[in-house]
Ligand binder design. Structure first.
Ligand SMILES: *[C@@H]1O[C@H](CO)[C@@H](O)[C@H](O)[C@H]1NC(C)=O
Ligand SMILES: *[C@@H]1O[C@H](CO)[C@@H](O)[C@H](O)[C@H]1NC(C)=O
Length: 337
C-alpha cells in the first residue's frame, strides 16, 4: 500500500511535467521554429495553454497573437528582443495600428515575461510607431520593456490589462486608447520635450475604462535602448538641461478620460500644471478624471500650479482604484511575478 501510493504520486508527477513540456514550443536559430510567428502558427486552435520559449537573441518580425492562453517568455537568461519598423501616419489614412505594431494581441489571457518589444521606425513628426496593439481582455506583462516614440502602447476598446515592473518609453500620447490598464511598479520614460504620457478616451461617463499607475516612476530620458539609433535629435531630449517642467501626465482624448497616478515618483520634467488640454480648440477638459494621490518627487501635486481639471484624491477615493475593485476577478494576474 505504502509503495503503491508513492508510485501513483510519482506517476502523477511525471505525467504533470510531461503535459507541461508538451504544451511548450521552442524558438531558436537551430529549432524547428526560428521565429515567434512560426511558433504561434504551429499551435492548435483550441483553448489549451501554450508557452512559447524564446532563446535570447533579436527577432525582427511582426507578431500577431490571435489565439487565447499564450505565454511568451525567454528560454534562458539573456536578452530577448522582438523588433519591427511599422508606422501609421496620424494625419492621413496611411497605415493602421496593426500595420504599425510590433506585437498585436487579439486572444485573451496572454502573458509576456522578461523581454524587449521595440518599434524601430525612425522618429518622425506625426508618425505613430506602436510597440503594442492590445485588443484583448486579461493581458498581463511582467518585466517587459516597450520602446517607441508616438503611441507606443495602445489599450483598445474593451481591453483589460496589467503591467508589472515594466518600462514604457515614448514621446507623444505613448500610453493611449479606451480600455483599462493597471500599471504597477512600472517606469514611464518620456523622451521628448512637451510630450504627453497618456491620451485616454471613454465612450461616455459610465463606460468602463481608465489608466491607473500605482508605485510607478515617471522619468525623463534621452532616447534609450533600441531608440538610440532611431531618434531624431531635433525632436528628442538630447541633454538633461532640456528636461525641467516640460512634459505632461496626460491629455484628454475626450471629456471622459480617466487617468490616476498613485504612490508614484514624478521627476522634474513634469510641468507644474501636471496635465494638458487636448488642444486649444478642443480642450476636452469638462468631465475628465485626472487623479493624483500620494505621489512624491519634484513633479508631484502643487495646489498653486495644478490645472483646474486635475483632482487631488482623498485616501478613500484612491482606495477605490485597487486591483480588485477595478477588475473584479484578478485570478488572471500573477501576484508574485
Ligand atoms: C505613499 O506612497 C509611498 C510610496 O512612494 C508608500 O510607501 C506609502 O505607503 C504611501 N502612503 C499611503 C498613505 O498610501
Ligand atoms: C508650488 O508652486 C509655487 C509656484 O511655482 C512655488 O512657489 C511653490 O514653492 C510650490 N510649492 C511646493 C510645495 O513646491
Amino acid at each position: 500500500m505504502y509503495f503503491s501510493i508513492n508510485l501513483v504520486i510519482l506517476a502523477c508527477g511525471f505525467l504533470g511535467s510531461f503535459v507541461f513540456a508538451a504544451n511548450s514550443v521552442d524558438v531558436c536559430s537551430s529549432c524547428t521554429y526560428k521565429s515567434v510567428t512560426s511558433a504561434l502558427d504551429s499551435l492548435p486552435a483550441d483553448s489549451t495553454v501554450w508557452t512559447i520559449s524564446i532563446a535570447p537573441g533579436t527577432y525582427t518580425e511582426q507578431v500577431k497573437i490571435s489565439r487565447s492562453n499564450v505565454i511568451l517568455k525567454p528560454s534562458a537568461s539573456g536578452k530577448v528582443q522582438i523588433q519591427y519598423n511599422g508606422m501609421r501616419d496620424t494625419q492621413t489614412s496611411t497605415g493602421t495600428n496593426e500595420q504599425s505594431a510590433t506585437i498585436s494581441v487579439y486572444g485573451s489571457n496572454v502573458k509576456i515575461y522578461d523581454m524587449i518589444i521595440a518599434n524601430i521606425y525612425p522618429q518622425t513628426t506625426n508618425i505613430a510607431n506602436l510597440a503594442l496593439n492590445l485588443q484583448a481582455t486579461q493581458a498581463s506583462f511582467y518585466n517587459v520593456k516597450f520602446y517607441g516614440f508616438q503611441d507606443t502602447v495602445l489599450i483598445a476598446t474593451g481591453a483589460t490589462s496589467y503591467f508589472k515592473s515594466c518600462y514604457i518609453e515614448g514621446s507623444v500620447d505613448y500610453i493611449w486608447g479606451y480600455g483599462v490598464a493597471y500599471f504597477e511598479a512600472t517606469t514611464l520614460g518620456t523622451n521628448k520635450r512637451g510630450g504627453y504620457i497618456t491620451a485616454h478616451k471613454r465612450k461616455d461617463a459610465t463606460s468602463v475604462g481608465g489608466f491607473y499607475f500605482n508605485g510607478c516612476t515617471v522619468i525623463p530620458t534621452i532616447p534609450s535602448g533600441p531608440l538610440t539609433s532611431t531618434a531624431d535629435p531635433s525632436q528628442s531630449f538630447t541633454s538633461a538641461s532640456q528636461f525641467p517642467n516640460s512634459c505632461y501626465l496626460g491629455r484628454p482624448w475626450n471629456q471622459y478620460a480617466r487617468v490616476v497616478y498613485m504612490n508614484s515618483e514624478l521627476y522634474s520634467h513634469i510641468n507644474s500644471g501636471g496635465w494638458a488640454k487636448w488642444s486649444t480648440s478642443s480642450p476636452n477638459t469638462d468631465g475628465v478624471l485626472f487623479g493624483e494621490y500620494n505621489n512624491s518627487g519634484p513633479g508631484k501635486w502643487n495646489a498653486t500650479t495644478r490645472v483646474s481639471f486635475a483632482t487631488l484624491l482623498t485616501e478613500t477615493e484612491a482606495s477605490s482604484y485597487s486591483l480588485g475593485s477595478i477588475f473584479g476577478s484578478i485570478n488572471w494576474i500573477d501576484t508574485i511575478a
